[in-house]
Design a protein around this ligand. Structure first.
Ligand code: AMP
Ligand code: ZN
Length: 117
């Protein structure tokens, strides 16, 4: 999608602090980290949100979670981490390109990421 900020990051139009890339997945550090490690794991193909996952594209979500587990190991998050996918307005989703927040590196507060109550 031409006006999607994460598509622009994936194709290099907008710079990012990349931590991982494979055929289906791109991962980079969040510009406003809310934990010592805060990485966004996204499919290279544009899918708007979890609400748009279907039988046809669910392998992309699986690839993202597989990558998240791999990245958690390389980032030494063996004591734990959180994976979050804000979905839709009420959950505080601000970028409508599917992404999984990978958060860790410290004991995490009960609520993190997004403004929803
Ligand atoms: P969400 O609110 O779940 O849609 O999360 C979107 C996330 O994207 C936020 O945590 C932002 O800080 C992050 N973000 C927005 N623009 C950029 C960017 N150019 N590079 C890295 N992270 C970004
Ligand atoms: Zn996109």
């Amino acid at each position: 999608m031409s006006d999607c900020i994460f598509c622009k990051i994936i194709n290099g139009e907008i710079p990012s602090d990349k931590v991982y890339e494979d055929e289906h997945v791109y991962a980079f550090r969040d510009i406003e980290p809310q934990a010592p490690v805060h990485i966004l794991v996204v499919p290279k193909e544009h899918v708007a949100s979890v609400a748009d996952i279907s039988a046809e594209n669910s392998h992309l979500a699986a690839k993202c979670l597989e990558a998240a587990a791999k990245i958690a190991r390389t980032e030494n998050l063996s004591s734990g981490y959180r994976v979050i996918a804000n979905t839709g307005r009420d959950a505080g989703q601000t970028v409508f390109h599917l992404h999984f927040h990978l958060l860790g590196g410290a004991e995490l507060p009960a609520m993190i990421v997004g403004d929803a109550v």
